[in-house]
Ligand binder design. Structure first.
Ligand code: ADQ
Length: 454
């Protein structure tokens, strides 16, 4: 069987496994269950950057990483990837901070990755590249003569062609997708928008099956939603029910209902609107005062990007306002933390929660929604409130679906969830679980690799 090579910006080298927030690593690890190579940035910034590949072997997997230098990091990662592509592909044109030197840095780091990776490849390897940091990597590998099967998966949304056309030199980026044999997107909507952009910007007419002819052959765009290891997560949640952390949380609630939110601290996640919705719940429905506690875990992320610093100040202020207005000496309505938590601790907290708030303004998929579902106890399950703009909503229609741009909708859904009869909660959760246990990390990896091998 051909060796699988995974490429992602960050590599979860075993020593730091589980240490950081981010769904990508957990979802794609399954592709390497029979061993293989995982290649990418070490997460280190070193002066002598672009130094040779460093390798660590563990569980039949070779982890191969390279460092970036400060300038690479600023232009490629902070600049183009996170200050141009991330806001663009989350429909936030106003937050784009485009610089030509960032674009150059982005392509240059992709060339460096390609040069280092090409030396590691064997002729039969199947290469699967992940996410928006590395879109041009396939084309750079082809330029070096690499003939292997090359696949790419975009973890974040794609935008309609009219939005995409705002990207300076967008044609150059879009053309880079054509080097791949398979381009994977999270949902049918993202796939349609991608094919539409290919057609409008490049004038290449895709076939009904998502195939389009390129200079090097044929590419195909597929929708392949990512999932989680639902069984594993459910088992972790059941075990965590008896953990010290869950016990401490429950005793601090003294019988109150728990509303939970878990996100990276990111403007795509819709946190200010969520806080506003909770404030409105306490205002409009005084019967919930002192009866619920909302725990928001918002792990700090991309602190070098100024937009994230501004968001953090905004949330600090909003959390202070809510607590200042509604807290009692023995009740804090909003518990807001920016420290990350271990997955096991979170699993226990999801199981303890009556309501989960997953209300991004845009999200490729959103794995927190799926983790919350997998963690529930069917005897007394919680209720998921889910934004219609999360990729997960395409499949999880039995959640309470809201438009997060209207905090009032989130408020109404919270009230409905907090007062929902057990029978209805069970019925909804039963159906949601069927989806989450069918579309898993395993099925996601299997489907993509099958499409790539075909
Ligand atoms: P993210 O934007 O990081 O991922 P998400 O899908 O929710 O978003 O994955 C987050 C992962 O990190 C989950 O496994 C979650 O448990 C963990 N996590 C989140 N917040 C945490 C916190 N505060 N503390 C500890 N752990 C935390 C991107 C895309 C998503 C897409 C994934 C995978 O933006 O849309 O679902 O990739 O494709």
């Amino acid at each position: 069987m051909a060796r699988v090579v995974i490429v992602s910006n960050r590599v979860p080298v075993p020593t730091e496994r589980g240490a950081r927030a981010g769904g990508l690593a957990v979802g794609i690890a399954d592709a390497l269950k029979d061993g293989g190579l995982w290649f990418g940035w070490s997460g280190q910034i070193s002066a002598s950057a672009r130094n040779p590949v460093r390798k660590i072997e563990a569980d039949k997997i070779t982890y191969a990483t390279i460092d970036l230098n400060q300038e690479d990091y600023d232009r490629f990662y902070v600049g183009y990837a996170n200050s141009t592509l991330w806001p663009l592909l989350h429909f936030r044109l106003g937050l784009i901070d485009f610089k030509r030197e960032d674009l150059d840095g982005y392509f240059s780091v992709n060339r460096t990755f390609a040069a280092a990776l090409a030396l590691e490849l064997e002729p039969d390897d199947i290469v699967w590249i992940h996410d928006y940091h590395l879109i041009p990597l396939g084309a750079e590998l082809r330029r070096l003569g690499v003939r292997n099967r090359l696949g790419f998966f975009l973890h974040i949304p794609f935008v309609p062609a009219s939005l995409f056309s705002a990207l300076p030199q967008g044609e150059k980026l879009l053309r880079a997708f054509l080097a791949y044999d398979v381009v994977g997107l999270q949902t049918e909507e993202h796939r349609r928008d991608f094919l539409d952009a290919v057609k409008q910007v490049l004038g290449t007419e895709p076939g009904a099956d998502g195939a389009f002819v390129t200079a090097d052959g044929t590419s195909r765009a597929i929708a392949n939603p990512i999932g989680i290891d639902a069984r594993g997560f459910a088992a972790m949640a059941t075990k965590a029910e008896r953990s010290t952390e869950t016990k401490r949380l429950l005793s601090s609630l003294v019988g109150r209902d728990l509303v939970i939110g878990v996100d990276r601290l990111d403007y795509s996640k819709g946190l200010p609107n969520r806080f506003a919705a909770f404030g409105k719940l306490l205002h409009d429905h005084p019967e919930h005062r002192q009866k619920v506690s909302y725990l928001q875990v918002a792990a700090k992320s991309r602190e070098d990007v100024s937009e994230y610093q501004a968001l953090r100040r905004e949330l600090d202020r909003k959390a202070g306002n809510i607590n200042g207005r509604y807290a009692e000496f023995d009740w804090v309505p909003l518990r807001y933390m920016t420290r990350p938590m271990s997955r096991a601790t979170l699993a226990g907290f999801y199981r303890a929660a009556k309501v989960a708030l997953v209300t991004p303004l845009r999200d490729g998929m959103n794995l927190v929604a799926k983790e919350f579902i997998a963690a529930q106890d069917l005897n007394d399950p919680g209720v998921l409130i889910l934004s219609r703009f999360a990729g997960a909503a395409e499949d999880l229609s039995e959640a309470l679906i809201v438009n997060p741009y209207d905090p009032g909708e989130i408020t109404d859904a919270m009230h409905q969830a907090l007062t929902m009869p057990l029978e209805e909660r069970r019925d909804r959760m039963d159906r949601l679980r069927a989806r989450v246990f069918t579309i898993t990390a395993e099925s996601y990896c299997r489907n993509f690799l099958a499409a790539l091998a075909a």
